[in-house]
Design a protein around this ligand. Structure first.
Ligand SMILES: Nc1nc2c(c(=O)[nH]1)N[C@H]1C(S)=C(S)[C@@H](COP(=O)(O)OP(=O)(O)OC[C@H]3O[C@@H](n4cnc5c(=O)[nH]c(N)nc54)[C@H](O)[C@@H]3O)O[C@H]1N2
Ligand SMILES: Nc1nc2c(c(=O)[nH]1)N[C@H]1C(S)=C(S)[C@@H](COP(=O)(O)OP(=O)(O)OC[C@H]3O[C@@H](n4cnc5c(=O)[nH]c(N)nc54)[C@H](O)[C@@H]3O)O[C@H]1N2
Ligand code: SF4
Ligand SMILES: [Mo]
Length: 699
């Protein structure tokens, strides 16, 4: 909706597209000549409260960035060189259409792979038209499970449909356990709600292997050994049971499997858990008591612990806690997790009559492209054409060396739809220029709150850029796909999405969103997740059951043999306030001070390796090696090193980033990646050891 404003300035409302729980609503100030001159957080939106974030405050600089690609490009140098010449849209579209048609003729549609993610989480530009196109050509697809699905499945093991409480209800909590999420960095617009609870007397506890910014701001930080949370939950239940803090009536009436869970917990005394988790027994007893007694008690979690081989177990375990204490019964009690399922339900996003296509795990891209396949066999037919949109797999995928070997295949035809020449676009044969969020229409859902928003285009597309939707319309036309659904406009697509019969959409349509920009899902008063309605399990009972701690296979507990050779655990998390995944890691103005990625290492581990703060070090394992600067820090615990995720490859001499070291192992086969379970060794650069050389040769 745009309203005239003093001095000929119009304000156009939109919503941030980033893969971030906050889905902020913004005001773009547009001058008389149609130029965006100012961007501000919307003051009326309940969670944006007038503020965006350090990543997006300067979003207009990204829109007008000199490196933005403003027209189609054809590669002129070798793959990876990033050398391109401008071409016309007509040439670009016909070249792509011809090449894809050739692949279809020779190998069938399955030899084309659509690779996309949440580069924009707007429902329209995320992939409605792209999906229509790839469905029609019968291309292979990816399981978009790299983020959130494992966590969701863990909670679904307990509740079937993993609805949590409205995060805004945390204002009513008296105990808040922030479990493996770094709220102040990754979900910053929730922090004021947590502070409100605190002003009213709440105790905030953070459970994390790393002393994060959120841990620093909490009342108590519990530093856990990575990946051992199941043991902590079991010991908490052990104490709750021993000290009569289980809500027996709740457990008897609303759950099944308590006897099995109780037996599992009986075997995990706090002292036993202390040896596994590194959390001392007194702290475990304190945690169980405050959680059981100081109520309402809420657990806040997003996805942090899911990026592990048994991440699903962790999320299942954490999701059981509110069921054994009956925490759900009080406002401000229960599990506060992703709200995406509310939107998926309201909009019927799971209901689909789309064709079933061959699918690969996103995280397996390296293996799929290099022909080794996720199970060690080459896919049949092999992938001969790759079309990437809304993603930067050369940076975000695990086992980066395999991904880049795949992208470098000279027999692979690769198209990347992007705003910039990212590390992935460097490998494209054709790059097609995409619009940014202020140049196109979209419908924005959220996973951190309950407000739907309409993103209105504020300016004309820059240069020759086109929305993803229009690019796929043109490709469809060039390939002779002329069904009416390829003619739907973006506005048609928004209307189609909103035209779903669900009570939570009552009073929400394109017109009302146009007037108000954002609207809360119309969830009726009295709707209480996991109580009324009851869980969607087969017998409407919450499923507890047997629970066991299993170490991941690339951990010191899981593979002591490997850990003798590679004794340090590497985690690679989101760390920088001006990064959003890999979206800004190539922009000097977004880099943290120092301008280079660092390895955080505990003083004890640095000491035994004669590493001083600021030294260049080589971090390596059997998948790769990287030269970075060491930062000696007690933010990490002994045995754990961390490197930030999101840097583009150019920042190391190896032209690689942290994912060169990470593990493509998929958590319980779900298709995400065990990004935080990697065994590595570190040595000072220049201090050659025969051992490291052998490791690298063995790749
Ligand atoms: N500034 C910024 N914000 C972002 C992003 C960004 O890149 N930058 N990315 C966005 C995206 S895509 C996502 S998915 C969200 C993710 O947001 P979060 O769910 O907060 O996820 P992470 O930051 O990956 O991890 C959160 C915490 O989990 C901890 N953790 C890891 N393993 C374990 C474990 O085994 N046990 C416990 N208890 N904790 C563990 C990590 O140390 C980390 O501090 O953030 C979004 N917001
Ligand atoms: N080591 C390690 N790896 C990780 C993680 C980690 O914590 N550690 N986190 C994982 C997680 S949680 C996630 S979600 C993934 C994120 O993986 P991705 O979704 O691939 O990452 P992004 O950087 O958010 O977005 C990719 C690209 O989308 C482009 N884009 C934005 N809007 C549009 C548009 O409208 N059209 C087109 N065509 N392109 C657009 C941006 O320019 C950007 O380059 O990374 C995962 N990888
Ligand atoms: S990235 Fe997240 S916090 Fe920043 S403006 Fe977008 S939605 Fe808000
Ligand atoms: Mo994510």
């Amino acid at each position: 909706m745009s309203a005239p404003f003093a001095g000929g300035i119009r304000i156009v409302h939109g919503a941030c597209h980033h893969d971030c729980p906050d889905t902020c609503v913004w005001d773009v100030h547009v001058d008389e000549r149609g130029r965006a001159v100012r961007l501000r957080g919307n003051a009326d939106h309940p969670t944006t409260r007038g503020e965006l974030c350090p990543k997006v405050n300067r979003f207009l600089d990204r829109v007008h960035h000199p490196d933005r690609i403003l027209g189609p490009r054809r590669r002129t140098g070798p793959k990876g060189s990033g050398q391109y010449e401008p071409i016309t849209w007509d040439d670009a579209i016909s070249e792509v259409a011809d090449r894809l048609a050739d692949v279809i003729d020779r190998r069938g549609g399955q030899a084309i792979l659509q690779y996309s993610s949440d580069g924009t989480q707007g429902l329209i530009q995320r992939g409605v038209m792209a999906d229509r196109f790839f469905d029609a050509v019968g291309a292979s697809d990816v399981r978009r499970h790299i983020c959130g699905v494992t966590a969701s499945m863990g909670a679904a093991d307990v509740y079937a449909l993993p609805f949590g409480i409205d995060p805004e209800d945390l204002a009513h909590s008296r105990t808040i356990i922030v479990w493996g999420t770094n709220t102040r960095l990754t979900n910053r617009h929730l922090w004021p709600t947590i502070e409100t609870a605190r002003r009213r007397g709440a105790t905030v506890v953070v459970i994390d292997p790393i002393r994060t910014a959120t841990a620093d701001a909490a009342d108590r930080f519990i530093r856990i050994r990575p990946g051992t949370d199941v043991a902590l939950v079991l010991a908490m239940i052990h104490v709750l049971d021993r000290d009569d803090l289980i809500d027996r009536e709740w457990v008897d009436n609303r759950t099944d499997g308590w006897d099995e869970l109780r037996a599992s917990a009986a075997a995990m005394a706090p002292e036993t858990a202390a040896a596994i988790t590194g959390v001392d027994a007194d702290t475990i007893v304190w945690l169980a008591h405050i959680y059981g007694e100081q109520r309402p008690a809420a657990i806040r979690t997003l996805i942090g612990p899911e990026h592990r081989e048994h991440g699903r177990d962790i999320m299942r375990a954490v999701a059981m806690l509110p069921a054994v204490t009956g925490a759900w019964a009080e406002k401000g009690g229960g599990l506060a997790r992703s709200t995406q399922i509310w939107f998926e339900t309201a909009l019927g996003l799971g209901d689909s009559d789309r064709p079933v296509r061959r699918r690969f795990n996103m995280a397996d891209l390296g293996a799929v492209l290099t022909g080794t396949g996720p199970t060690g066999t080459a896919p049949d037919p092999p992938i001969e054409a790759l079309v990437v949109h809304n993603s930067n797999p050369a940076v975000i995928c695990p086992d980066q060396n395999a991904v880049i070997r795949g992208l470098g295949r000279t027999d692979l035809f690769c198209v990347v739809i992007e705003q910039f020449i990212t590390d992935t676009a460097r490998y494209a044969d054709i790059v097609l220029p995409a619009t940014t969020q202020i140049e196109h229409l979209d419908l924005a859902i959220a996973w951190g709150h309950m407000y739907l928003a309409l993103n209105q285009p504020a300016i004309e597309p820059r240069g020759e850029c086109l929305p993803n939707t229009e690019i796929f319309r043109r490709l469809a036309a060039a390939m002779g796909l002329d069904e009416p659904r390829f003619a739907d406009t973006d506005e048609d697509l928004v209307r189609q999405l909103l035209d779903f019969d669900h009570e939570w959409l009552t009073g929400i349509d394109l017109e009302s969103l146009g007037d108000r920009t954002w609207q809360r899902l119309a969830v009726p008063e009295g709707h209480h997740p996991q109580i009324d309605p009851p869980p969607a399990t087969d017998n409407t009972s919450i499923h507890l059951g047997r629970l066991v701690y299993r170490p991941g296979s690339e951990t010191p507990d899981g593979d002591p043999e490997r850990a003798r050779r590679l004794p340090l655990t590497l985690m690679s998390r989101k760390q920088h306030p001006k990064f959003l995944n890999a979206g800004y890691g190539g922009f000097p103005e977004h880099l943290p001070p120092g301008g280079k990625p660092t390895l955080s290492i505990h003083p004890d581990d640095a000491g035994t390796r004669a590493i001083s703060d600021g030294d260049l070090v080589v971090v390596y394992n059997d998948r790769g090696s990287l030269t970075v600067t060491a930062e000696i820090s007690e933010v990490v615990q002994p045995g754990l090193v961390t490197m930030p995720f999101g840097w583009w490859n150019r920042h190391t001499p190896e032209d690689r980033a942290v994912n060169a070291l990470t593990n493509a192992r998929s958590p319980d086969g779900l298709g995400s990646a065990a990004f935080h379970e990697n065994l590595v060794e570190v040595r000072r650069a220049g201090s050659a050891t025969g051992r490291s050389r052998r490791d690298q040769d063995s790749r």
